[in-house]
Design a protein around this ligand. Structure first.
Ligand SMILES: CC(C)(COP(=O)(O)OP(=O)(O)OC[C@H]1O[C@@H](n2cnc3c(N)ncnc32)[C@H](O)[C@@H]1OP(=O)(O)O)[C@@H](O)C(=O)NCCC(=O)NCCS
Length: 181
């Protein structure tokens, strides 16, 4: 699927470019950013951001976009084929992060809305799934405000900590999304 650049009030969501690798590596090295991410580049894995960006360009991993404001790279957001099939969620899974300096400014709410406002009209009956570590209250808040609801509790492997951590699977229906606006 060819994805246009998506605009919101403050943000531009655009395809990832090789030049974004340095910003991604820097952001994922921030100790605050990593505990939230189940599947992410390891902070010490120099060079993996460039590989990851070129893998996204094939489209086989779903959609991954840079979140930018002017010429600032704030983070990334994407939808990938569901990884939650084991509990009956066949929907695409949403994932995202912001560099820590950009937290607490409403950028992620805005970015998720921008992506879903574009995506959901193609698939009005679609559900969107996600999985969040229980301790990641910031992300849970973002999702709950958007209309995501808990489906199940379980655990997910944390690459950073090298162990399973309790997590919450959530799901959004298009109807609930539009009602929450
Ligand atoms: C999860 C994450 C994206 C949440 O970031 P965030 O900054 O808390 O979320 P938002 O961008 O939606 O900002 C919301 C906050 O901005 C505030 N805000 C400030 N200006 C705002 C504005 N103009 N519009 C809306 N909200 C605004 C809101 O009041 C809200 O604050 P609150 O949490 O105290 O209520 C971020 O913590 C992160 O990237 N973490 C690491 C990676 C990660 O965990 N990813 C998710 C894995 S599931």
């Amino acid at each position: 699927m060819k994805i246009p650049a998506l605009k919101s009030n403050r943000l531009l969501l655009r395809s990832l470019q090789p030049e974004d690798a340095a910003a991604i590596e820097a952001q994922l090295s921030e100790p605050m950013a990593n505990p939230g991410l189940a599947r992410a580049l390891h902070p010490d894995s120099q060079g993996h951001a460039a590989e990851w960006i070129s893998a996204q360009a094939t489209g086989t991993h779903g959609i991954a976009l840079a979140i930018t404001e002017g010429d600032r790279f704030l983070g990334t957001i994407g939808l990938e084929p569901s990884t939650l099939r084991s509990i009956g969620i066949f929907a695409p899974t949403i994932g995202y992060w912001l560099g820590a300096p950009f937290w607490g400014k409403g950028f992620m709410q805005e970015a998720v809305r921008c992506l879903l406002d574009w995506y959901l009209p193609f698939e009005p009956t679609e559900r969107i799934g996600t999985s969040v570590f229980e301790a990641n209250t910031r992300s849970l808040k973002v999702l709950e405000k958007l209309g995501f609801r808990e489906v199940e509790r379980g655990s997910t492997y944390s690459q950073l900590l090298g162990k399973e951590l309790p997590d919450i699977k959530l799901e959004l229906t298009a109807q609930r999304y539009y009602e929450a606006i």
